[in-house]
Design a binder for this molecule. Sequence first.
Ligand code: AR6
Length: 179
Amino acid sequence: MIAGVERDGHPILELVLGDITQQDTDAIVNAANSSLLGGGGVDGAIHRAAGPELVARCRLLGGCRTGEAKVTPGFRLAAGWVIHTVGPVWRGGDSGEALLLASCYREALARADEVGARTISFPAISTGMYGYPAVEAAHVAVSTVLVTPTAVEVVKFVCFDRMAFDAYQNAFAELRPTE
Ligand code: AR6
C-alpha cells in the first residue's frame, strides 16, 4: 500500500502500483468486454492467471452490458471471486461515459456485497483499450466508491503504471474529505 484514505463507516481506500492478478483481496474486478469471453489487457491477464475454468464459467453468464457486473469464482487466483464489469468506450465524453463508468464501480461493489467479499481490488476500468482519459477515470472511480453504500471494508485501486497511479493520487487529494 502506498497511500490510503480512511473514513468512518466507509471502506478504506488504498492505492497500489502493481498487477491485479497478484492481489489477495477477496475479490478482484475485471475490465471485460460484453462477451465476457476474455480479451487483452487486464482481462487477458486475469484469464491467464485464473486458468481455463474461468472462461468456461463465463460462458454460462450470457455476456454483460456496459455498466453492469457479474461475478464468478477466482479459480486459480488468490482472490476468491472475479467481478467482471464492462466499462464504456471513450467517445469524447458526451455519450454518458462518466455515468456508465460510475455504474461499473457501483455494480461491482453490489456484487461484492452479494457474495460477502469484504476486500476488493479494482483496475483502472476503461483506461486502456477503451480510451477513457486516466485523470477523468480516476476521479469517477474514487468519487463513486466514496459515496456508494457497501459492506466492503477495503477498496484497493491497482494501477499498472505510474500515469494511472498519479491520476489516482490527484483524485485522492481532491476528493479527500476535509476533517
Ligand atoms: N493489473 C492491473 N492493471 C492492468 C493490468 C494488470 N495485470 N493489465 C493492464 N492493466 P484494459 P479497458 C491496466 O485495456 O480499457 C480488453 O481486451 C491498463 O494499464 O485492460 O477497460 C477487454 O476484453 C489500464 O490502465 O481495459 C475489453 O475488450 C487498465 O488496466 C477491453 O480490453 C484497463 O485497460 C477493455 O478495455
